[in-house]
Design a protein around this ligand. Structure first.
Ligand code: ATP
Ligand code: MG
Length: 413
């Protein structure tokens, strides 16, 4: 990307109504644009970052044997009436609309009903199971309070995986595999150290559900953390009785604010029963499918990473999710020519700050604001030694690297 050509310029100030640091930085750095409260556009840098987060999750979902699909956001009334969730009193975040042709639609808040119904066409025998299907898809929720920028919005990206098993035992084994996969995902996303599997109020078929909570000052949940045992309890289930049951010692628990980045639920027959998702077992007997659901909010995760890893100079992205790896600045005419050549070798890895009207100081400040992992400076001085100067976003010292070595790095991705 060449900065001279991008429309999303950096700014010194953020909208006055943004409270969270992540929202201010993401707007100032040109990653997102605020349309209205709780509704944001993803600009080129923001979109690449979100895509990278989704790609990490996608790789881990595929490793679990998940099959990716994309379901429609438009939800028919009848499927949700069968499960009892069409009523606004039951699900209070619906956006609904009337069809010109008659009838009503809802905009998907989640997709249990849709997946269950769709798979009735494809699941008939025990041989079709177990089955794991997931998607990345836009969810709409009429949240009462939209706050903390992209951490709670009225339209957001969700990864939702659904499991369809023959028995509870088969389900339980997969559930633990997903739990391990989530740990891996949050590690890869750079928030693993501060993200904890957390006991929360139950699914429909189990006493608890598992949330993945990331310690975060602007998070909306309160959790009680046992660092030694590496587990936490959401305040919603924090009672003496439950602590006892989990073998947790109240005096050892730390209270923290946290943001829920993902969760996993045992659904059992909650949806397969009313929507009649069944299979014939080995004896030919009809059985209900045992289900689970597993969510992660990639857009909330992006907000949480921005919130937690940023510093006083700006955003800081882990390498795996940064929109670009290198931020290239050229000082001098000869350096500019070399920079142009380097850029052409790896335009997918480099932001070339080729702005003619920006001073070097402004370029360095923007390199920090954008949170790109490495700043690379080429000047007549470095070129005299056939070198480039490279600096990590999270460190203050610079290193000289032979130009040839940098070119090898560019080839590596
Ligand atoms: P919360 O308690 O924060 O409202 P939830 O329990 O409603 O979350 P789910 O319905 O299970 O969450 O959604 C799965 C994931 O989607 C959550 O773990 C979170 O990461 C993300 N998510 C939920 N609501 C929002 C929202 N309004 N904006 C952005 N991400 C969201
Ligand atoms: Mg919610």
């Amino acid at each position: 990307m060449k900065l001279s050509q991008t429309f999303a310029k950096t700014t010194k100030t953020a909208p006055g109504d943004e409270v969270s640091e992540s929202a201010k930085l993401l707007i100032r750095a040109g990653y997102i644009y605020k349309e209205m409260a709780g509704v944001y556009d993803y600009l080129p840098l923001g979109m690449r970052t979100l895509d990278n987060i989704m790609q990490v999750i996608r790789e881990e979902m595929n490793a679990l044997g998940g099959q990716e699909v994309r379901m429609t956001a438009l939800q028919p009334r009848d499927a949700w009436e069968k499960s009892g969730r069409w009523d606004d009193k039951v699900l209070d975040v619906w956006f609904k609309t009337k069809l010109n042709a008659g009838g009503e639609l809802g905009f998907a808040t989640t997709h249990e009903e849709a997946f269950t119904r769709m798979l009735k066409t494809y699941i008939s025998s025990y041989k079709d199971l177990p089955l794991y299907v997931y998607q990345f898809q836009t969810k709409f929720r009429n949240e009462l309070r939209a706050k903390s920028g992209i951490m709670r919005t009225r339209e957001f990206m969700m990864k939702d995986l659904y499991s369809f098993s023959r028995t509870k035992e088969e389900h339980d084994a997969f559930y633990e595999k997903v739990a391990a996969s989530y740990t891996k995902i949050f590690n890869r996303l750079g928030i693993g150290n501060d993200t904890f599997r957390t006991f929360a109020s139950g699914g429909s078929f189990s006493k608890f559900s598992d949330e993945y909570q990331t310690l975060c000052e602007v998070g909306e949940d309160i959790i009680y953390l046992d660092r030694e045992k590496n587990i936490a309890v959401n305040e919603e289930v924090y009672t003496d009785e439950i602590l006892n049951e989990l073998g947790l010692d109240k005096s050892k628990l730390e209270q923290h604010k946290a943001a829920e980045v993902g969760n996993i639920f045992t659904l059992g027959y909650k949806y397969s029963e009313p929507l009649e998702l069944e299979f014939a077992d080995e004896e030919g007997k009809r059985q209900k499918v045992f289900m689970g659901s597993y969510g992660i909010g990639p857009s909330r995760v992006m907000g949480v990473i921005a919130e937690k890893l940023s510093d006083e100079k700006g955003l800081v992205w882990p390498e795996e999710i940064a929109p670009y790896k290198y931020y290239l600045v050229a000082i001098g005419d000869k350096a500019n020519e070399v920079a142009e050549e380097l850029y052409n070798k790896a335009p997918e890895q480099i932001i070339f700050d080729d702005r003619k009207n920006a001073r070097n100081g402004e370029k360095f400040a923007d390199a920090d604001l954008l949170g790109i992992p490495y700043r690379v400076v080429i000047s007549d001085k470095t070129l005299a030694e056939d070198k480039v100067e490279i600096k990590k976003r999270t460190e203050s010292d610079t290193k000289l690297l032979p130009l040839t070595e940098f070119i090898v790095k560019l080839g590596q991705k």
